[in-house]
Design a protein around this ligand. Structure first.
Ligand SMILES: Nc1nc2c(ncn2[C@@H]2O[C@H](COP(=O)(O)OP(=O)(O)OP(=O)(O)O)[C@@H](O)[C@H]2O)c(=O)[nH]1
Ligand SMILES: [Mg+2]
Length: 161
């Protein structure tokens, strides 16, 4: 018996529909986008492989469902990111906070480019500092301060790190 049938039999009827939002998830390859989304969907992360192209997952939260489109971060793919921004209602930028300064600089360039993109520049923007379990991980304060993540952000923007 599935959940809807169970609720109907218990005279509660189906649960109210949750609003759905389309979100785009970007970040350099290896930042952990697929791992993060798999965790949020209660899926295993043992067999995660680099995303070729894009993948979409419906991530359930208590009050909403986020249809998250992950765009692969390999060099051959990220040049096409902007073709997949249309229709997004929010942005998640995943960052490897334990990466080298050089990679962090590349990530910052991509982030600033996304922050200023006409199709993203007014959307809520979450910067997720991943790989926090690694000894080399920068703290959230370091990520915010040293990397000047907010440079170029619109004053209308809701940006969270
Ligand atoms: N230690 C550690 N490893 C992580 C973390 N997040 C992801 N990983 C590992 O990092 C590797 C890359 O993770 P993915 O989730 O494939 O990264 P991605 O951002 O989806 O990469 P692309 O799809 O190539 O853009 C995998 O081996 C993960 O297990 C984390 O927070 N800590
Ligand atoms: Mg991936």
């Amino acid at each position: 018996m599935d959940y809807l049938c169970f609720r109907a039999l218990c005279c509660k009827g189906p649960p109210p529909p949750r609003p759905e939002y389309d979100v785009v998830c970007i970040g350099l390859t290896g930042a952990g986008k697929t791992s993060l989304l798999s965790r949020l969907c209660s899926e295993g992360t043992d067999n995660v492989v680099p995303t070729t192209g894009f993948s979409i997952k419906a991530v359930p939260f208590q009050n909403a469902i986020l249809n998250v489109k992950e765009l692969g971060g390999a060099d051959s793919i990220k040049k096409y990111w902007s073709r997949y921004y249309q229709g997004s209602q929010g942005v998640i930028f995943v960052l490897d906070s334990a990466s080298s300064e050089e990679d962090l600089e590349v990530a910052r360039t991509e982030l600033h480019s996304a922050l200023q993109h006409p199709q993203l520049c007014t959307l809520p923007f979450l910067i997720l500092a991943n790989h926090q379990d690694k000894p080399a991980a920068r703290s959230l304060q370091e990520v915010r301060f040293h990397s000047a993540w907010n440079t170029g952000a619109s004053p209308l923007r809701n940006t969270f790190v």
